[in-house]
Ligand binder design. Structure first.
Ligand SMILES: Nc1nc2c(ncn2[C@@H]2O[C@H](COP(=O)(O)OP(=O)(O)OP(=O)(O)O)[C@@H](O)[C@H]2O)c(=O)[nH]1
Length: 609
């Protein structure tokens, strides 16, 4: 009998996976079957991958049970980085001495991210007609997608583009949402809005589709009010016809310290601030009386009233929300020029990059949790619609990263990449440390002092030469992160932890519009400041209404069953629940003012020692 060939674990895994698929009947025969559509999803994205470049598929989920949607169909696909590239960055992180950069270096324009001459579009749905078969349409879409990628790569040399979505299935979701929506809410994170506002998308929606865009500057609670105003003005100057709304899904919430995992929650009180009311106003202006939005206005007033009655929610609020989970059927062909406000209903599509807070905006509009929210980017797997009121429908879309030219380190800090799946987190830590006073905020002791002068506290550490690696080591030491086997400092875990602090807004990295530093005083005395401060919910004193913990938040509260949730370790790793009371970052070279010192009301100086 011939000897058995050696079989690697990887091969064995693949074999078992194939067996399981065959057992489930995923043979790909018959395009109309549910299984066929799952297989189609995998095969199509694989086709597009292999034809273009090497793609890393992120957020592998356990396979779907029979008859359920495939959770991997819409997961993030980013271009793989070469081993050499990763090793090179690791080397730099170990050797390069970090230099604090001035605030001017954080200024960035939309043309820096999406240079017009680079032809950074996004994949479009090719023309189609009802005479085409489904198969023909899908083939045509794949071909057009490949052509788009070829064109993109021919204009931009290898390695010059940042991470962007390579999963055609997710682009299809965007096409569908754009087609069925009357008004588009393009949601961005106010800490770096230009990273997430592709002009090509805006031009396509307003030009080719003839629809209106409302730009939602979300997470306003994480940004100093003058900067919120400056960004709003910058975006208006670039896109004069754009409706812009500042928003926060967590008004009045704050971390009492950098390391506190759960936010101290004050009841969201929309009665004084903008938020949902501003989005309603923008939609009223756009629809100009063509849809009856009075039910939405009533709902907002009712919700605000309920909040004021100490959080008692009125039951009729629950009845107004009808959840309509989309299936594959809904992804079938639908007229792109569908009449606006069909059947007297306004359909609002929520689109944006991963992790910008699309699902949270929907929850805020509904005034209760209807969509699952997670710190892990790419959490929304397929688009879903909700009736906010009988005449207003909301549509949530999975997050999409558009092609751009920006540091990958910055992209990671903007939360597009699941931190726990990073091959090399250190360079992003370096990027962060050069722009925020991380070591002083976290009271880190330089690793060289740990051995040579163990008796010393953190004194002198700030004046030392730090590399990104040193920062991670010092944080691992501070937090007691050790590897399981050799009990060495777990630098990788420390790097992940630091990145999460930044993404969550506990270490504050906010980019600035061009010219911000020169006009700083103007923004700090702007008449709109009280409005933004009210939106953030910071008008009340800290004691007032504080003290209730948002226990659901970090536990990924969800409307989905447990087994369908994102299992990425990002959410629960570290056990950071304990409150160590580190100081919140004070941006360097900032002139002390009411907005820059202790700007999130989380700095408790007396806890820093
Ligand atoms: N501080 C703050 N955090 C927010 C806000 N909105 C959302 N978040 C947090 O940002 C993270 C991502 O929020 P999601 O609503 O899941 O974002 P998403 O855009 O739907 O993400 P994907 O599913 O990846 O597309 C979660 O940890 C939210 O708690 C906000 O206004 N302020």
């Amino acid at each position: 009998m011939p000897r058995k060939k050696p079989f690697s674990t990887k091969q064995k895994k693949k074999q078992l996976q194939g067996k399981r698929e065959r057992k489930r009947g995923d043979t790909g025969s018959g395009p109309s079957s549910r299984n066929a559509s799952l297989e189609r999803g995998e095969r199509q994205s694989d086709t597009s991958d292999s034809e273009t470049t090497d793609v890393r598929k992120i957020n592998q989920q356990p396979f779907a049970r029979e008859g359920r949607y495939d959770p991997n169909r819409f997961r993030l696909h980013f271009e793989k980085e070469s081993k050499e590239e990763v090793e090179k960055r690791k080397k730099v992180a170990r050797e390069k001495v970090l230099k604090p950069l001035s605030g001017k270096e954080d200024e960035i324009s939309i043309d820096d991210v999406f240079p017009p001459e680079k032809g950074l579009g996004f994949p479009r749905r090719p023309p189609w007609s009802y005479e085409m078969t489904r198969e023909n349409l899908l083939k045509r879409e794949e071909k057009s997608y490949r052509e788009h990628l070829d064109d993109l790569h021919s204009r931009n040399p290898e390695g010059s583009l940042s991470h962007f979505e390579h999963n055609l299935e997710t682009w299809r979701q965007l096409w569908r949402v754009l087609e069925m929506s009357d008004v588009i809410l393009l949601i961005v994170d106010i800490r770096h809005p230009v990273l997430q506002f592709p002009p090509s998308l805006y031009n396509y929606i307003t030009g080719e589709l003839g629809k209106q865009v409302v730009l939602v500057l979300n997470k306003a609670d994480l940004c100093p009010p003058p900067l919120v105003i400056a960004w709003k003005h910058y975006m208006t100057s670039q896109f004069p016809h754009l409706q812009i709304v500042c928003f926060t899904s967590h008004p009045g919430e704050a971390y009492s310290t950098v390391l506190q995992k759960k936010r101290m929650r004050k009841k969201a009180d929309w009665s004084h601030a903008g938020g949902p009311l501003d989005i309603l106003k923008a939609c009223q202006e756009i629809t100009a009386g063509k849809v009856d939005l009075s039910s939405w206005e009533q709902k907002i007033r009712r919700d605000a009233g309920a909040e004021q009655m100490d959080g008692e929610r009125l039951d009729d609020g629950l009845e107004t929300v009808l959840v309509e989970h989309q299936t594959d059927i809904a992804m079938e062909m639908n007229s792109p020029s569908q009449e606006l406000y069909k059947d007297g209903v306004l359909t609002i599509g929520c689109i944006g990059f991963p992790n910008v807070g699309k699902s949270s905006v929907i929850n805020s509009l509904v005034a209760r949790k209807v969509v699952s929210v997670s710190r892990t980017p790419g959490h929304t797997k397929y688009f879903q619609t909700y009736y906010l009121t009988p005449t207003v429908k909301l549509c949530d879309c999975p997050g999409l990263v558009f092609p751009s030219i920006v540091d990958k380190q910055l992209q990671i800090l903007a939360g597009i990449y699941p931190v726990s799946q990073l091959q090399e987190p250190y360079s992003s830590v370096g990027y962060l440390c050069e722009r925020t006073p991380t070591y002083s905020v976290l009271k880190l002791k330089h690793p060289s002092l740990v051995d040579s002068k163990p008796h010393l506290g953190i004194q002198g550490s700030e004046d030392m030469n730090w590399t990104a690696w040193d920062v991670c080591e010092a944080w691992a030491e501070r937090r007691g992160y050790k590897t399981a086997k050799a009990a060495r400092l777990d630098v990788y875990r420390a790097a992940n932890s630091l990145l999460r602090l930044a993404i969550d807004g506990r270490l504050c990295l906010c980019l600035r519009p061009p010219g911000y530093s020169c006009l700083r005083e103007h923004w700090e005395n702007h008449p709109d400041l009280p409005e933004i401060i009210a939106l953030q919910g910071r008008t009340t004193t800290k004691e007032e209404g504080m003290g209730e913990r948002d226990d659901e938040e970090d536990g990924e509260s969800s409307t989905e069953p447990e087994d369908e949730r994102d299992r990425d370790a990002d959410d629960d790793e570290d056990g950071d629940d304990e409150d160590e009371g580190f100081a919140h970052p004070k941006p360097k070279e900032e002139k002390p003012s009411g907005f820059t010192v202790n700007m999130f009301n989380v700095l408790r100086e007396n806890e820093c020692e």
